[in-house]
Design a protein around this ligand. Structure first.
Ligand SMILES: Cc1cc2nc3c(=O)[nH]c(=O)nc-3n(C[C@H](O)[C@H](O)[C@H](O)COP(=O)(O)O)c2cc1C
Length: 367
């Protein structure tokens, strides 16, 4: 893919501060699960190098792959890294140090897989808002096969424990040197299961109306903010689509968006990260991009994701004012120095899906 030489990309390279975190540009690496950790969830040398290369390539911000916060039901994939104990936390230190040395910032994504788990060495059963299985099939690129199991509905005291374990994991991430954490409220994992009408048929304060269904994500964000103190970045990621349901849309559309983003924006988060298949396209027929609603209702900076590896689309989205920064997934895998290449108007490589076959893990040749 060649970069149009008439495209003025300056807006991508303007600095931005999120709380105390100063970013050299508006380009982040999207969180990407690579299932390349030790079986016990510790980070490997290969992963250190994998992250360092993005920082060297000019990304101002890296968001880690989804990382599990406890030693119970949160792990989603075998060989997923964790932040559930001190050994795992220590193992992240070299990643943080090398990324910082290369001039970038790094935020850890905290992810509880809930009913969408397909590999957890701590438990054989799964939990979710209600005893309803995620749609679709487990992902082969993450060593899964067949349908998702039906989870057990969580007890109220387990909901309180989930809130507390996110907060503890965030403290561990802060103490390991991270610049922030991102609460994974998207893509069909536990927090998004609570938000999703067909996954959540609870009759308590966490089910029913959109206000009730977004409550858990909001309470997790607020608890994380309280735990880490005022100077550490806290973000939250939200989506309509899921790993297990590619086409899902919020039934209440703009009204749901208003409730969700207003609620999350009031929790003390420093940014909202929206992800759609195509970030600049309408979130639903006749609507505006999802990032637009996050910006309008959330009152905090917005990071947009989805199909923004094409520089022209990323530039136009920032120019529209719907987002303050962009995150790039697959195109970053194909172009570890995407920000430097685009700045220099050098051609970009197309993403080759073979990179994630037969498994989505980091392969030696990528380094
Ligand atoms: C291999 C792979 C792993 C991913 N893992 C995660 C993850 O751990 N957490 C997350 O929020 N999104 C994850 N995603 C979704 C990406 O962050 C991003 O939303 C998606 O790739 C669309 O952006 P893109 O068009 O720039 O690739 C993953 C995507 C890919 C390709």
């Amino acid at each position: 893919m060649s970069v149009d030489s008439r495209l003025n990309t300056d807006i991508l390279y303007q600095p931005l501060s999120l709380r105390a975190m100063e970013l050299a540009n508006r380009i982040a690496v999207a969180p990407m699960t690579r299932t390349s950790a030790e079986p016990d969830g510790r980070v490997t040398d290969e992963m250190v190098r994998y992250y360092e290369r993005f920082a060297e390539g000019g990304f101002a911000l890296l968001i880690t792959e989804g990382t599990y916060p406890d030693e119970a039901w949160s792990q989603g994939y075998l060989n997923q890294p964790g932040i559930a104990n001190d050994e795992q936390a220590q193992s992240w230190r070299p990643v943080v140090e090398r990324v910082h040395a290369a001039g970038a910032r790094i935020v850890m994504q905290l992810m509880h897989a809930g009913a969408q788990t397909q590999g957890n060495r701590f438990k054989t059963d799964t939990v979710g808002p209600s005893a309803l299985a995620s749609k679709g099939e487990q992902l082969g690129i993450y060593r899964g096969s067949g349908p998702f199991p039906t989870p057990r509905a969580m007890f109220p005291e387990e909901i309180r424990e989930v809130i507390a374990l996110f907060a503890r994991a965030a403290e561990r991430a802060r103490d390991a040197g991270f610049d922030g954490v991102e609460v994974h409220g998207a893509n069909g994992y536990l927090l998004d299961q609570f938000l999703t009408d067909y996954m959540n048929v609870r009759t308590d304060a966490y089910g029913g109306s959109t206000e009730n269904r977004v409550r858990l994500i909001a309470e997790v964000c607020a608890a994380v903010r309280r735990a880490v103190g005022p100077d550490f970045v806290v973000g939250v990621r939200v989506s309509q689509a899921k790993v297990s349901d590619y086409e899902h849309k919020w039934a209440g559309r703009e009204e749901d968006a208003r409730i969700i983003f207003e609620t999350l924006g009031r929790t003390g988060v420093d940014y909202i990260h929206t992800t759609e298949h195509h970030a600049s396209e309408p979130a639903w027929e006749g609507g505006r991009p999802l990032a637009h609603y996050a910006k309008r209702f959330g009152g905090v900076p917005v990071m947009a994701n989805g199909g923004l590896g094409s520089p022209g689309i990323a530039v136009r989205l920032l120019q529209s004012g719907d987002a303050d920064l962009v995150s790039i997934g697959k195109s970053a895998l194909a172009n570890r120095a995407w920000p430097r290449h685009v700045r220099a108007q050098q051609p970009l490589q197309n993403f080759d899906p073979q990179l994630l076959q037969p498994l989505a893990n980091v392969k030696g040749v990528e380094l």
